[in-house]
Write a protein that binds this ligand. Structure first.
Ligand code: 8Y7
Length: 295
C-alpha cells in the first residue's frame, strides 16, 4: 500500500528532539538539510591543492546561503565501485576545507569510515562523523566516544566495491532495523550518548531498487528505534531506475526532480535530516511540507 503519514503525531514523533553535535545543538522540530560537499580534484585543473580546497569551500558557502543546516565534507567517493583514496590524500583534501569552514555557522560533518580521518577531522573542529560503516572499523567507536561530536550510523550490506553485486534480504526493513539497533547499542556501550546519534538505512548501499523502495515506504518503522533519521537519496541510481532512461532522466544531473520527491516523501515518512546535493529546491519543497504538517 502506498501511504504517506500526514499525521504530525506519528510522522513527527520526535518533536522537540535535538541532535547534540560538537559545538551545536540542532533542533529537529523542523526537517534539516545536510548539504553535500565533495572535495575531489577537478580533472581539468592542474590538480593544485589550493584550487580544490577553494572550490569546495566556495561551494559549501553557497550551500549555506541556500539553506543547508549541516555541511557533509567528503574526500573519498563511496559510490558503488569507486576507487579508494589513500589515507594521506583523503586527509589533504578534507582537513583544509574543514578548517576554512570553521566559521560557516553550521555544523560540519566529515564523511569517512576511516578512524584516522575521523580523529584528524575532530581535531580540526568537525561536529559530526558521518560513517557509512557505522563505526565498525577498529577504534572508530572509541575515537568518537572520547569526543563531543554527533554521529550518523548507516546501514550497508557488504562493502562499497562489491555491495551492488548481489544484495539479498529476507526482510529488508527488519534486517536494516536490527542492524541499526545493534550498532546503536554498541555505540551506547562505548560511551556515545543517544542524544549524539542519528540513524540512516543507507539507501543504495547493498540494496536493489525494490529494497530501496520498500525501505522508503516503511521508513516509519525505523522510528521505533527512537532516534532521529537521516536519509540520503539525492541523485541516486534507484531514482534513475524508476524515472527511466527512456524519459531522458537517467543521467545523474537529471535526477533533481526525482530527488526532491524523495526528500519530500522521506520527511513525510519521518526523516529528520535529508542529505542532498540540490539544497535550494529541497529547502523550498521542505518549507511546504513543514507548513502543511504544522496544520
Ligand atoms: C549516503 C552517505 C553517501 C547516505 C549517509 C551518494 C556518504 C553516495 N550516501 N551518508 N554518503 N547516507 N549518511 O550517492 O545515504 O551520495 S555517498
Amino acid at each position: 500500500m502506498w501511504c504517506i503519514g500526514l499525521n504530525a503525531s506519528t510522522s513527527h514523533g520526535l518533536i522537540n528532539m535535538h541532535f547534540s553535535c560538537g559545538r551545536f545543538q540542532l533542533d529537529l522540530s523542523t526537517p534539516r538539510i545536510m548539504g553535500i560537499v565533495n572535495v575531489t580534484p577537478d580533472s581539468f585543473s592542474d590538480g593544485g591543492k589550493f584550487n580544490t580546497t577553494d572550490k569546495a569551500v566556495a561551494h559549501a558557502m553557497q550551500l549555506v546561503e541556500q539553506g543547508a543546516d549541516i555541511l557533509d565534507i567528503g574526500g573519498e567517493s563511496t559510490r558503488p565501485g569507486a576507487t579508494p583514496v589513500p589515507l594521506d590524500e583523503e586527509l589533504k583534501r578534507v582537513i583544509p576545507v574543514i578548517k576554512a569552514l570553521a566559521q560557516a555557522g553550521v555544523p560540519l560533518s566529515i564523511d569517512t569510515y576511516k578512524p584516522e580521518v575521523m580523529r584528524a577531522a575532530i581535531d580540526a573542529g568537525v561536529d559530526v562523523v558521518n560513517d557509512v560503516c557505522a563505526l565498525q572499523e577498529l577504534n572508530a567507536l572509541e575515537i568518537v566516544a572520547v569526543s563531543k561530536v554527533g554521529v550518523c550510523l548507516m546501514h550497508m550490506q557488504g562493502r562499497p566495491q562489491t555491495m551492488q553485486a548481489d544484495p539479498q534480504y529476507q526482510d529488508v526493513v527488519a534486517e536494516v532495523r536490527d542492524f541499526l539497533d545493534a550498532r546503536l547499542k554498541a555505540a551506547e556501550q562505548a560511551g556515545i550518548g543517544r542524544e549524539r546519534i542519528v540513524l540512516d538505512p543507507g539507501f543504495g548501499f547493498g540494496k536493489r531498487t525494490a529494497h530501496n523502495l520498500t525501505l522508503l515506504n516503511h521508513l516509519s518503522s525505523l522510528q521505533s528505534l527512537g532516534l532521529p533519521l537521516l536519509i540520503g537519496l539525492s541523485r541516486k541510481s534507484v531514482l534513475g531506475q524508476v524515472v527511466g532512461a527512456a524519459a531522458g532522466s537517467s543521467a545523474v544531473d537529471e535526477r533533481i526532480h526525482a530527488s526532491i520527491a524523495a526528500s519530500v516523501i522521506s520527511v513525510m515518512k519521518g526523516a529528520n535530516i535529508v542529505r542532498v546535493h540540490d539544497v535550494k529546491p529541497t529547502a523550498d519543497a521542505l518549507k511546504i511540507v513543514s507548513a502543511v504538517m504544522k496544520n
